[in-house]
Design a protein around this ligand. Structure first.
Ligand SMILES: Nc1ncnc2c1ncn2[C@@H]1O[C@H](COP(=O)(O)OP(=O)(O)OP(=O)(O)O)[C@@H](O)[C@H]1O
Ligand SMILES: [Mg+2]
Length: 414
């Protein structure tokens, strides 16, 4: 079967923006065939505050992409966010019951030990989003990554269990269902972002990804190739905008304008002391840069301070050889990496989605990392979601050698 028909969809439902990425895995890369972004509605601090708002924004945003490409998105990997997301390290142990002395550990034993590990740490009002096996031990002998086929009398497992409050998961599933898309899997947005921007080497040596969105800033830590920790701080880049609006007594649009056009994370460098906003027929206003910088810096210090507390609690503060990678719209602030480097006392880079093909330019941005990562995980799981129409299949066949042009035409809006 033509691999180009095996499409996957990543749907990042953020507090301010909803983003979708449609693609397919080709030679280990995610070939991007569709994407869209739009304003989000009805989300508070990363979780749905009502069902209609998110459903409508998903519908409008996806609908546009579907109409243009004549795609039918039936299911997607969807992001989940909010400080309710927990990462819990747990341990489980089972006796290997067997009739024969040479019993080899099998899938059933693995399921049993995982069950014991998970049920001992997750309360009934939480959904398990992922179980990351960190280590197995057989008869007290640890350091085993894959015990299948080995033998022993006692099997132990150490795992990192990622969970979220069941009502929040249900609401997200219902909202996507209302938009006629099935949420095949819910994945924390920062974990999805990590999938898109981190290399295997970084994950092996020790690295953190920090996803700074509008209302949340989340962190995920990887070491020895495994996801070790996830935590979410309930504050993001919009808090900076709101602080500026309140403290300078201006409307939020003007505050956003100042933040995105004039603020830089390099607070120590020489800059013009006055920020001029407006003009061109409108009313021009001047702001004292020092005053603006004090407000922005205080909020950034608070947010990164909270992230650092989370890293400390997980015992990873200043213990990340590969440093920190920043994603999310908040990472678009000019020179934010310079501020983050000082605040976190670690090396910091901006994360751009890697391993892409197709019309990828437009999604090679830190704010698209989560949507791209969701599609990448779906592709790895072979969780196909897009069934192209007959018309589309014909077009795809014709254009299989020059898909760039065909898809550029379809998505020329972007
Ligand atoms: N150039 C820029 N400079 C500073 N901030 C920016 C810039 N561009 C976007 N932002 C900020 O990024 C934020 C939006 O980021 P993003 O789209 O990742 O959030 P979200 O995913 O909707 O929110 P969340 O992840 O918290 O639910 C907004 O606060 C916006 O002001
Ligand atoms: Mg986000």
């Amino acid at each position: 079967m033509d691999s180009k028909l095996n499409f996957v969809t990543g749907l990042d439902v953020g507090t301010e923006n909803v983003r979708a990425v449609i693609g397919t895995l080709e030679d280990g890369k995610l070939a991007i065939y569709g994407y869209n972004e739009g304003k989000s509605d009805g989300m508070r601090k990363g979780v749905p505050a009502n069902l209609n708002g998110p459903a409508r924004s998903i519908d409008v945003m996806l609908g546009e992409a579907e109409r243009m490409g004549d795609y039918d998105v039936r299911s997607a990997y969807v992001s989940i966010n909010g400080s309710q997301i927990l990462s819990t390290h747990t341990h489980g142990m089972i006796a290997i019951v067997s009739n024969s002395a040479d019993h080899e550990i099998n899938d059933e034993d693995m399921d049993r030990v995982e069950n014991v590990a998970v049920t001992s740490c997750i309360s009934a009002n939480r959904d398990v989003l992922d179980v990351v096996p960190l280590e197995y031990a057989i008869d007290g002998q640890g350091g085993i990554k894959d015990p299948i086929g080995m033998s022993g009398a006692r099997l132990e497992m150490r795992a990192n269990v990622i969970s979220a409050l069941t009502p929040n998961c249900d609401h997200l599933r219902k909202a996507t269902e209302q938009a006629e898309v099935h949420a095949e899997r819910l994945i924390p947005s920062v974990v999805a972002a990590g999938k898109a921007v981190l290399t295997d080497k970084q994950k092996e040596n020790g690295v953190a990804v920090i996803d700074m969105g509008s209302a949340t800033t989340s962190v995920a830590v990887y070491e020895e190739g495994d996801l070790q920790y996830v935590g979410v701080v309930p504050a993001g880049s919009n808090n900076i905008t709101n602080d500026l609006a309140i403290l300078l007594a201006i409307d939020p649009d003007m505050a956003e304008d100042i933040k995105t056009r004039f603020v830089t994370g390099d607070f120590d460098s020489e800059k013009s002391p006055v920020i001029k906003v407006g003009g061109k027929g409108g009313h021009e206003r001047n702001f004292d840069r020092k005053e603006v910088d004090v407000v922005v810096k205080a909020r950034l210090e608070e947010i990164f301070g909270e992230v650092r507390k989370k890293l400390k609690s997980a015992k990873y503060d200043q213990r990340l050889p590969e440093g920190i990678v920043l994603t999310g719209g908040g990472a678009r602030m000019r020179d934010i990496e310079l501020f983050a480097k000082k605040a976190m006392e670690a090396s910091v880079k901006i994360g751009i989605p890697l391993n892409l093909a197709g019309v990828s330019d437009a999604v090679e941005r830190p704010e698209f990392a989560a949507a791209v990562g969701l599609a990448m995980i779906a592709a790895e799981d072979q969780a196909y979601s897009v069934k192209p129409s007959k018309k589309d299949k014909k077009k795809l066949k014709k254009s299989s050698n020059k898909s760039g042009n065909f898809l550029k035409k379809i998505f020329s809006k972007f």
